[in-house]
Design a protein around this ligand. Sequence first.
Ligand code: PMP
Length: 403
Amino acid sequence: MFNPNDIREQFPILDSKVYGRPLIYLDNAATTQKPRCVIDAISEAYCTINANVHRGVHHLSQVATERFEEARRTVRRFINAPDSRQIIFTRGTTESINLIASSFGDTFLKEGDQVIISTMEHHSNIVPWQLLRERIGIEIKIIPLKADATLDVEAYKELFTERTRLVSLTHVSNVLGCTNPVKECIDIAHSHGVPILIDGAQSTPHIKVDVQALDADFFVFSGHKMYGPTGIGVLYGKEQWLEQMQPYHGGGEMIQTVKFEKTTFNELPYKFEAGTPDYIGAIALGKAIEFIEHVGIENIAAHEHSLTQYALERLSEVDNMRIIGCPDGSAVSLLVGDIHPADLGTLLDRLGIAIRTGHHCAQPLIDHLGIPGTVRASFALYNTKDEVDILVEGIKRVARMFA
Ligand code: PMP
């Protein structure tokens, strides 16, 4: 087990003061802070190896290309993908899902076909399917939640028909903080012969992901939520789908030959990486993964789990506290009496506490719960029990002001 206080020293921003108070950063589900090694990797890459990848015979381009491809191999190892060809660099979870909706949609779906998503999806796993619905007339079916706001797996089983073509489901909810039984959901989809996409934006930073053990057809995540830079993310897919899927963007890199009459496309993964990729971002993401592997994802999971349990315990001291959902990971959503989440968040901010308030890009879920939004504290490996104490005291203080 690691000591979060040692870890904190590696994150320069955690020394910041906000309104003269030490920063208490509890908005990690939105984005995590970056360790010095990741920040340095970006600077080092620009200072020493910067050149466009896959383009040049010259030395620097070859070194940059090798480092970029090494990052791809690091990602492959991290999620235990069978082959680096199945690792496509994107801008993040949102772009990865849009890519699948567009390319899988254009290749395999037609009017009247059905895609299953759930009530607890992030907008990035709702809107791309709606755009596809506008474009080709697919039907979107929604997995309901049980009374405790967990996924209704029995109802999910009933949604399959002979027109179901894809399931797209979040691994961990960014609002409810619960981990969905994705392995079970994947097996159910496969028993109907239907492929399934897992949104790993909120799981990959916190728990061990093994795409082969899960048997997910697609798995997507964002670098910035796992100590890596912004603007880089990953799409993993089974070759049987990726090989058949049409390209997403057209341009340089994704082609084999271009003639005005006809273009042939590059092999995987380049077919889906049109244009100059964010190779510096990918290299820095590789460094973030090495950082996680060095600390140990199991250690990170255990630490965050114990912080969440401690937070739930301490929060129960607050009058009129409502925990929203069944958090089992590293994020806790709550409401206190009828204090509006935005008011609670604004006043906590004055105490130096950064938490997220609002609908968390999951408006249909918030509407379903019939609440104005939530206040969400989300933890990372550098958070401490002392910070949880400060959060709880802060919430109590705000509650007293409203009493
Ligand atoms: N899915 C989930 C579950 C998320 O929490 C988020 C980010 N809040 C996203 C998708 C979108 O990620 P990004 O903005 O990095 O593309």
